[in-house]
Write a protein that binds this ligand. Sequence first.
Ligand code: NAD
Length: 736
Amino acid sequence: MLNFSTARVLVIGLGLIGGSLARALKQRDLIDEVVGYDLNRAECELGLSLNVIDRIGEDLETEVRQAGLVLLAVPVKVMETVLATIRPWLREDTLITDVGSTKGNLVMAARALFGELPPGFVPGHPIAGAEKSGVGASDSDLFVRRKVILTPLPESDPQATLAIARLWQGVGAEVLQMDVARHDEVLAATSHLPHLLAFSLVDTLAHEAENTDIFRYAAGGFRDFTRIAASDPSMWHDICFANRQQLLTQIDRFSGGVARLRDAIDRGDSQALLGIFTRARSAREHFSRILARSAYSPEQQRPARFLVRPKGKITGTVAVSGDRSISHRAIILAALADGITDIEGFVDGEDSLATLQAFRDLGVVIEGPHQGRVRVYGVGLNGLQPPVGPIYLGSSGTSMRLLCGLLSAQPFASELCGDEALSEVSMQTVVESLRLLGAKIETGPGFRPPLKISPAELKSPAQAVKISSAQVKSALLLAGLYAEGPLCLEQLGRSRDHTERMLGRFGCAPEQLNDKLCIEPGKRLQATQLRIPGDLSLAAYFLVAATITPGAELTLEHLGINPTRIGLVELLRLMGADIELCNAREDCAEPVADIRVRYAPLTGVRIPAELSRLALDECPALLVAAACARGETCLSFAGAETPLSNKRLKLMAEALQQAGVDISITDKELRLSGGEIKSGVVNSGGDPRVAMALVIAALRAEGPLEITGCESVTSFSPEFSDLARRIGIALFKEED
Ligand code: NAD
């Protein structure tokens, strides 16, 4: 085994990048000696006086022979010459790396020189820099939290790669690996092309006769965009030729994009123009989140706790944001409609945004969301465009099931994928139901995503397709819009009917024939105006808060009261809650009302399986009501759903047990005796609905309650904490 060592480092080319690495290694005391060598002696002397290096390398041959690691930090066009010069002096265990901005040219030159490449050769490229050159501009923190790409070759010894990776990590960098061709392709698009555009824009404007005025009045946008045109011209000249082929490809792609923009402006095609801008803007936002190292808000990642003081005076009139389930359907049907649909009350939670972004990927122009308002430029039933790559749906199972139905009927192939959690969820029911229509869907092992969908002519089975879940029903209804004939579904039990109602709103209501639901294919959807009703499953927490707090009186405005969603309201009333539905009306083809709640003493009840199932989302809130009720509450379950298999129910029961509540769970039922809620620390297990329910439970605790695992509450419901405070709950958030 070769013994690689980074104890003595020779830096050839002591400019900005070579000098910065030398300085960083020395300042962090990571190696025994850094020697600097540069054609320009003055750079070396400046480097020595600035304490960038330990000494100047006088004789290159001696220095190369003695070095553990040789770092090439010269311009890309001279890398080959330097490599040819030092080749005879390299030992088998010498580590050799570089910092060049292109990799393919260097590796090709090295292969021509060496034949078989030495095991210690591992090319690299720090994605860090500055507009200045020379050792005088070197900075020991230049690589902190910046990426360094290593491109190990088949001949590279893994120990050599490891040693070089550790060196970069030691100066604060994050090390990635890529193959050489991929590196050059990625960098051509993300670094080389933007530099070229900045140079070109400034050069073009500088040629104008009135250029002084143009530059004098140039605003922030011009300055931001062209900052990188101040970079070293000779370095960029070299990079253009070193990465010629990849750069030409990227220039052609970009020219195509500019031509499309020009054409849209020329034709006065504002929809095409808005499409480009809105897609770009949302891609930019997504990209900023990735840079912040988080799929969504970086804030969510840090552990967070809620501290809640008991009692409080629960009063006021509030409105919660729009219903999640309805928000998904509004975007989908508006995209398929003819004309422009304006939506109000759209909830910009992670899941509904995933659906919205998916339709942008399918070529639909969507403006917003801005304060709950979204404008969708419908493309008609047959107007979706093939996406350029897989459609990413984050953790939204709803988006995946609904889109799977719709896309299985399109004349193009598509792929649906999600984050780690969604990739673990089986899509068996929806995939098998759609296959009955002839859909061509391939899945990962165990019916898990990604879902690869191929074009297929969908049939209408002679027998009605049996369905038990609202999401599978919705997927089939969407596919049914494209089937060869009417598609009939047989519902096993009651499930949410938002898709049917929303289809009706767009002029395509499915027909209810006895116990069957039938949809006709080919009918056009007409654009409309939508105001999405408030989300009852979020309002549930505030309903319970008012019900259990003596003296409370609260009004929740414009809430959806769809009969398939008001299980919790019915149960609370059964327990004695004082809940009044006022001003009942219809919005979005959904029943809506303002709900007034006053404090009322509750009594425990027996809840049959049918009702327990309908209130499953709101179960954590229901258990809080039960904990504050007199006597025992018992929830029964039937079928596949058992209290023991439901993770949320188990977490909630455990948390209430920590607060001294008497609960027992079996396979078939959950029993809870109302009584005192103790103060102290309880753990929500990271489930946002459990955390929100515990905030409400704290209102009746004997002292302050500290709730851990609350980090996901903000992403789940950005408004929850503010609303809770607004109605009078003394809630404080603490982050670790
Ligand atoms: P620089 O001009 O600051 O430094 C280059 C140094 O190499 C100069 O001091 C020069 O005298 C010396 N040199 C040139 N030919 C030589 C030779 N034959 N032998 C010895 N020394 C020689 O440039 P830089 O910005 O430090 O760039 C160095 C390398 O880093 C380039 O390959 C560049 O592609 C890469 N890089 C630069 C940046 C950036 O933003 N500047 C970022 C990442 C990577």
